[in-house]
Design a protein around this ligand. Structure first.
Ligand SMILES: Cc1cc2nc3c(=O)[nH]c(=O)nc-3n(C[C@H](O)[C@H](O)[C@H](O)COP(=O)(O)OP(=O)(O)OC[C@H]3O[C@@H](n4cnc5c(N)ncnc54)[C@H](O)[C@@H]3O)c2cc1C
Length: 380
């Protein structure tokens, strides 16, 4: 038996012992609030068994798992129908960023609670006037004695309503004349549960509220909770985004197979599977998914140029395509009402895939400039 086989057996056994019927298939994009408390408890059990931080280095409490072991974990996790993770912003975005760029003191303070899913995190980048043009953030932080005092507004802040901490991109110094606008921004770690922070839910197209407006009115955080040098937060913010768009999507993509299997089951139950055009499209979705998954792994293994951008472009196109196909499958016959609701939510939410984590237009811009060497886009 190879190490990978043994690893597969280990995670499979753990899931068999810990998964329950009520957790099966819960959560996911567009359904982040579903069975939240149950999923939180499950995430903590997963963490206690050392699975949540599988990819982290051993020195930081992880298992230092290889890419193939990470893939095996996600395959087994999806096969067991285990719930979507409530801790992904912490364990796959800010955790790796702190490991790469945080101070020893920050690592000692935050990584254990983050790994144990005791602290939940949210991402405070976007603002009403700054999304794609992230360097335009106007939230300000000034150092007063031993604390940063923060004022401004963030928007689209996923899971802020349950988060204990937020990593906030804020301006701490003016951009230098003639220098890059991103200079003078800092990456601050800010506690969410304090009087200066107000979280207001935003109702989405799906009817749910997974993201929020967040208002900082003289909110405070300790002077030492800036990651990287003050004013040099852009590099840190970009590192977090690369984690979001890159390897973190492997797990998500493994779940795509389950989505496709579910849609095939709906098509069978309604007779849509007998329609030649729908059969053809379902088959093509399977082929595209097979290609997508092997491309993603190759791109990651080879650290291909602009890998996170390429990966994001590939999977978002597939998921939106599946949402559109689902609508055509549902139109064909009477599906179970729960399946109709599930696929409506999927379709509606998938429209956001090409926006969050940096829009697809921005990803193509990154590839155009950094890989093809095309001239920088003129700012309108
Ligand atoms: C479901 C969801 C969850 C999110 N969660 C978070 C979160 O947790 N934290 C957070 O900080 N943000 C979050 N966001 C915000 C997300 O990062 C922004 O929506 C995104 O960066 C786009 O910014 P914007 O909405 O301001 O659109 P804009 O930047 O105003 O863009 C509008 C349109 O113009 C296009 N465009 C803009 N600039 C260019 C250009 N230079 N070239 C070509 N096209 C361009 C864009 O692609 C887009 O189609 C979330 C968004 C969604 C949809």
């Amino acid at each position: 038996m190879t190490d990978d086989d043994a690893f597969r057996r280990e995670i499979r056994a753990w899931l068999a012992a810990n998964m329950t019927a009520e957790l099966r298939g819960t959560g996911g994009v567009g359904r982040e609030n579903e069975a939240f408390e149950l999923r939180l408890a499950f995430a903590r059990r997963l963490a206690a068994a050392g699975w949540s931080t599988l990819a982290w280095p051993v020195a930081h409490g992880g298992r230092g798992a290889s890419l193939s072991q990470q893939v095996i974990f996600h395959e087994e996790y999806a096969r067991a129908g285990a719930p979507s993770r409530v801790d992904h912003i912490g364990t796959t975005m800010v955790g790796p960023t702190l490991i790469e760029m945080g101070t020893r003191a920050q690592q000692r303070r935050f990584l254990p609670a983050l790994a144990a899913v005791e602290d939940l995190w949210c991402q405070g980048y976007s603002e009403p006037g700054a999304g794609s043009d992230l360097a335009g953030v106007t939230t300000r932080a000034r150092l007063v004695g031993d604390r940063w005092v923060i004022s401004g507004q963030k928007v689209w802040t996923s899971l802020a309503h349950v988060a204990d901490w937020c990593f906030v991109l804020a301006r701490t110094a003016p951009a230098p004349a003639g220098g890059p606008r991103s200079a003078g921004l800092s990456y601050l770690l800010v506690p969410m549960r304090q009087p200066g922070v107000t979280v207001r839910p935003i109702r989405q197209l799906t009817g749910d509220s997974e993201f929020n407006e967040v208002f900082f009115d003289d909110a405070v955080t300790e002077a030492g909770l800036v990651v990287g040098e003050p004013g040099q937060g852009w590099r840190v913010a970009m590192a977090t985004l690369a984690y979001e768009r890159g390897a973190a999507t492997v797990g998500q993509q493994v779940g795509f197979q389950r989505d496709l299997d579910d849609l095939v089951a709906v098509a069978r139950s309604t007779g849509a599977a007998a329609d030649p055009a729908l059969r053809e499209r379902l088959t093509r979705a399977w082929i595209d998914l097979t290609v997508l998954r092997s491309h993603t792994l190759r791109i990651l293994r080879e650290s291909a140029p602009a890998a996170p951008s390429v990966i994001k472009l590939l999977w978002t196109r597939w998921r939106q395509g599946l949402g559109e196909l689902a609508m055509d499958v549902l139109a064909h016959g009477d599906a179970d009402p729960a399946a109709v609701r599930r696929w409506e939510t999927y379709f509606l939410f998938s429209r956001a895939d090409t926006i969050y984590g940096g829009s697809n237009e921005i990803q193509r811009g990154i590839i155009a400039e950094r890989v093809l060497g095309l001239p920088r886009q003129a700012r309108g």
